[in-house]
Design a protein around this ligand. Structure first.
Ligand SMILES: Nc1ncnc2c1ncn2[C@@H]1O[C@H](COP(=O)(O)OP(=O)(O)OP(=O)(O)O)[C@@H](O)[C@H]1O
Length: 240
């Protein structure tokens, strides 16, 4: 839930970023409230994934700023961003197929600021009971929905305050997507984590979002609180 008057957890101001000569972000700006789900929607190829990568420091910023809490993190290397509390769950999930579920979870510790930290198993399995049952199973043998849960769980192992989540429902059946939506809501409520979500599916976005931004050709073209936006506005902006 958005806490009125709280300071934004993340502010992106006039961001410009490119792959070589090809400019993708053309002055992108957004502000995220703490403990809320902010969702970026837009057609394929408008730059949503590029925005998450640039915030995470995986693509250099050419112009503009990124502020996390009170800190300017525009040029902070990605591993430092991870240690300062930002976790990124990429599109496609990037589970290591040959490692077990538990070993995949352990990978999240590399981004933890305390080098003696352990996987908070009780907390993780409370949120994702299926991962407890499959603890010793190879990550590659999990279904798409289970791998998505594992990817989010692995991100949580680093103890983030901000989660960047790229199309978590891609290739996942609606009932499982809804389950993941419930877990996300629980996370935001119980742990006051802030989520920046890139999403194409309206039903899922409606289930979890507090605030929307619509992106077109590297810029935000509209934003608003979830309850202010009608279904039709959402559809207009994401229809291909
Ligand atoms: N590694 C790359 N090198 C060069 N161009 C890229 C690279 N990755 C993406 N692009 C291009 O950047 C543009 C924006 O891509 P991006 O993945 O950010 O879009 P998106 O809004 O997330 O779309 P989608 O929903 O399809 O993932 C596209 O034109 C894409 O072809």
């Amino acid at each position: 839930m958005i806490h009125a008057f709280s300071a934004p957890v993340l502010v992106v101001d006039n961001l410009v970023a490119a792959y070589d000569q090809s400019i993708i972000l053309r002055g992108t700006s957004l502000a995220m409230q703490k403990g809320a789900v902010t969702t970026v929607m837009g057609r394929n190829g408008v730059g949503k994934t590029t925005l998450l990568k640039t915030i995470m420091g995986l693509l250099p910023v050419q112009e503009g700023t990124v502020t996390f809490g009170n800190e300017d993190i525009t040029f902070m290397p990605s591993h430092k961003k991870a240690k300062s509390g930002i976790a990124y769950v990429p599109q496609g999930r990037e589970i290591i197929p040959k490692l077990t579920v538990y070993e995949n979870l352990q990978l999240g510790l590399t981004a933890h600021k305390d080098k003696n930290a352990k996987v908070p198993e009780e907390e993780i399995y409370h949120l994702f009971p299926i991962l407890k049952d499959f603890r010793k199973r190879a990550g590659g043998n999990l279904s798409g929905g289970q791998q998505q849960q594992l990817a989010i769980a692995r991100a949580l192992v680093s103890n983030p305050t901000l989660l960047l989540l790229d199309e978590p429902t891609e290739g996942i059946q609606p009932s499982i997507a809804q389950e993941i939506g419930c877990i996300l809501q629980q996370l935001v409520k119980e742990k006051a984590i802030s989520v920046l979500l890139v999403e194409q599916k309206i039903d899922f976005a409606n289930q979890v979002s507090d605030h929307y931004y619509f992106m077109d050709r590297g810029k935000m073209v509209m934003d608003g609180a979830a309850e202010e936006l009608k279904h039709t506005a959402l559809e207009k902006h994401i229809s291909v």
